[in-house]
Write a protein that binds this ligand. Structure first.
Ligand code: ZN
Length: 241
């Protein structure tokens, strides 16, 4: 092990935090489970920066919500990955309409994006002495992004640890949860206050609509991300009776 490798007795996490529903839930999850939690976000010429703008406000609200969480929250890292938009032409980074492609993936798909995010986070974690990486990847009701798959993340963990001589754990608390279960997890972690924070502060909409507010949050209400969030929230409300 190299000198900057991390003692595994201390659980210090770096959370991939975009300012969306899933990553906010993951951040609350990490704050419940680990001693120190830092956050990392990426700019890469996203179509809309609404999500990124929400990040500092969400962190501030989480601090207010829970004194333990406030104590555990460490540095926030915002990394410029604008390289991604020059490598990849997709509806996520270019001004073109969102539609399904022939291979069944939406044209918002940026190939290898999550692999790049985790790899970049691993480099930051190495420098910061953090041994757990947390991401909101999900195989259950996702858009079919292959690098959200559990096997992809597990394989990447092995590759990173061999290639960097580290003992990093890549943790994905939402991997087998659907959107309804993700709302329920938020409730369990932080009660109605966290659910309300996610509704009012997080952003998921592909079109960047931050003018229309619904029971489930801001968004156009029609894009795939909005529909997923809306249906999940409605089912979650029903389970509450
Ligand atoms: Zn939308």
């Amino acid at each position: 092990m190299t000198e900057s490798a991390i003692p595994t007795s201390q659980k210090k996490a770096l959370v991939l935090f975009s300012g969306g529903q899933d990553s906010t839930t993951c951040l609350a999850w990490a704050l419940t489970h680990y001693e120190l939690v830092e956050t990392i976000g990426f700019t890469y010429g996203q179509r809309h920066s609404v999500e990124l703008k929400a990040r500092p406000a969400i962190i501030q609200e989480l601090r207010k919500m829970n004194i333990e969480w406030s104590r555990k929250l460490g540095e926030d890292h915002l990394i410029d990955l604008s390289l991604l938009s020059s490598l990849s032409e997709t509806a996520m980074t270019q001004d073109i309409a969102i539609q399904m492609m022939e291979n069944g993936l939406p044209n918002t798909f940026v190939p290898g994006r999550n692999l790049m995010f985790f790899t970049t986070a691993a480099i930051v974690a190495y420098r910061r002495g953090l041994n757990i990486l947390v991401g909101g990847m999900c195989e259950t009701d996702f858009s079919g992004y292959p690098d959200c798959r559990d096997d992809a993340i597990k394989a990447l963990q092995v590759a990173l640890n061999i290639g960097m001589d580290t003992r990093l754990n890549l943790v994905t608390p939402l991997m087998w949860k659907n959107k309804t279960q993700t709302w329920a997890l938020a409730k369990k972690l932080g009660g109605e206050a966290l659910v309300n924070l996610i509704v009012s502060h997080t952003h998921t909409c592909y079109t960047g609509d931050h003018t229309h507010i619904h029971d489930w949050g801001y968004g156009c209400g029609e894009c795939p991300a909005c529909l997923l969030r809306k249906r999940g929230f409605e089912a979650f409300q029903k389970t509450k009776g």
